[in-house]
Design a protein around this ligand. Structure first.
Ligand code: ZN
Length: 463
């Protein structure tokens, strides 16, 4: 006669805590993997930088630039860069491409503040940049923290200047001011979402005037002079620039046990990094595998570097055509893990989560069957058959995994690139890492969950 405990084990479902179930060796591997990830976070704070870092690693690992129209052989390793803001890595499989490809799709853009096209102005002898926020942010979180400026400026003569300032110890930082509590009574009457408005996200960039006997806007003039000396740019060059204001924080271990990582931009580098590493590490896969690290997810995947554009489809179309196939013959047989984050259960703000269907830190990668809002609106909703296939694959590879929704049914919602992949007639489900304080300037993830994401993408490619 079986005991109650034995029945429970046999019949009930409960996700494992990876910290309790993984071996000491496996935990050490996860901790080691996290060191490379932290380095990546610090080097790649924007989609352009992430593309650059992954590209240089790809070249080191023997990946070759993709040549449209060329027929590739099993084992060939390819990269394709889309406008410096998205990158595709591919390893050609032993099976024919008519059997489909395995895709891991993550995004490398993160919420931030973009400079407006004409950003620089002077107000009461302080020089500032006007910004327009990118993605879903809680605006009040972006004031009174050190900020850095990243991006590119294309000058009138067509030359491109790369800007990265505020990351090194010796470099100046930037900041958005907030009102002191002593005078904050009026501001305190605003709702939290209105606490800081979009037009109040003005970045302080200087305060010392140009030495002159007379003239107006001398602080602004002095900043322009410094920018001209350092980058060779003039004010009108801002019109053809993409400059992004991001937190100047570095990635750090969090907690006495160092189990977590605090950083800007976990969403979605925490999936992009392991998806790239899995493509780097896979040797001679059966199926052709593709990691696509895309841009523009945070603003709805529109634009030619986002996954609503056809660049991934065209890449696969070229592979298909070189093998005498139409692209749809490949797409319809293909499978994808949409590698994106989900909200980790937060014990302090637990009222927005439904405990049985939310993801937790340290319980491994989270499979999100569907996203959307207001009754699953705008989601692809993975089929039971595909869910069954993926869970069996994860179990076989000893990946710790859990299931999760983005909060309670009517609490809000969100979306990923999954639906755009699904629109190509590809089987797809979201699989990624739970994040605490998602979209904040400083987000938190678990090292074990990060490593489980790597193992999951590797197992998916290894099929
Ligand atoms: Zn996001």
């Amino acid at each position: 006669m079986a005991t109650v405990e034995e029945f429970k084990k046999e019949l009930c479902y409960k996700a494992d805590n990876a910290g309790a179930t993984l071996s000491v060796e496996e935990i050490a591997k996860a901790d080691a993997f996290a060191e490379g990830y932290k380095k990546f976070l610090n080097e790649a704070k924007t989609e352009r930088e992430a593309t650059q870092v992954v590209l240089s690693q790809a070249k080191e690992k023997g990946f070759q630039e993709f040549v449209p129209g060329k027929k590739y052989e099993a084992g060939d390793k390819l990269y394709y860069v889309n406008r410096d803001k998205a990158i595709i890595l591919a390893v050609i499989g032993k099976k024919g491409i008519d059997e489909g490809v395995k895709i891991a799709a993550a995004h490398i853009d993160s919420p931030r503040l973009d400079l407006k096209p004409n950003p620089l102005y002077e107000s009461d002898e302080i020089a500032l940049f006007k910004t327009h926020y990118y993605g879903g942010i809680k605006k009040y979180q972006w004031v009174a923290i050190p900020l850095a400026l990243h991006g590119v400026v294309v000058k009138k003569d067509g030359t491109k200047v790369t800007v990265k300032i505020g990351e090194e110890e010796c470099e100046p930082k930037f900041v958005i001011s907030d009102i002191l509590p002593h005078l904050g009574a009026e501001q305190a009457k605003r709702t939290l979402s209105e606490g800081i408005s979009g037009e109040e996200l003005n970045v302080i960039v200087g305060s010392r005037p140009f030495k002159s006997d007379e003239g107006s806007e001398l602080v602004k003039l002095n900043i322009l002079k410094l920018l001209n000396e350092k980058y060779g740019i003039v004010e009108s060059d801002f019109l053809s620039a993409e400059l992004e204001v991001v937190p100047a924080f570095k990635a750090d271990d969090i907690g006495f046990d160092r189990s977590l990582i605090g950083s800007y931009g976990h969403d979605d580098r925490v999936c992009a990094y392991p998806a790239a590493m899995a493509a780097f590490d896979i040797e001679a896969p059966d199926y052709t595998v593709i990691s696509v690290l895309t841009d523009k997810e945070e603003t709805g995947s529109d634009g030619n570097t986002g996954l609503q554009s056809s660049y991934l489809k065209y890449f696969i179309a070229y592979l298909a055509k070189a093998n005498g196939l139409e692209v749809y013959q490949v797409l319809s047989k293909s499978e994808c893990l949409s590698a994106d984050v989900n909200s980790a259960y937060d014990p302090t703000f637990n009222s927005v989560f439904e405990k049985n269907n939310t993801s937790y830190l340290n319980k491994g990668v989270v499979i999100t069957k569907y996203t959307g809002a207001r009754g699953k609106s705008g989601t692809s909703d993975a089929s039971a058959e595909y869910m069954g296939k993926i869970r069996a694959m994860l179990d076989k590879a000893n990946v710790v995994w859990q299931i999760g929704e983005l909060g309670k049914v009517d609490a809000g919602g969100g979306g990923t690139v999954a639906k755009y992949i699904a629109n190509l007639d590809i089987d797809v489900v979201d699989l990624g890492v739970p994040v605490l304080s998602m979209h904040a300037p400083y987000e938190v993830i678990s090292k074990l969950d990060l490593y489980m994401a790597y193992k999951a993408f590797y197992a998916f490619f290894k099929q």
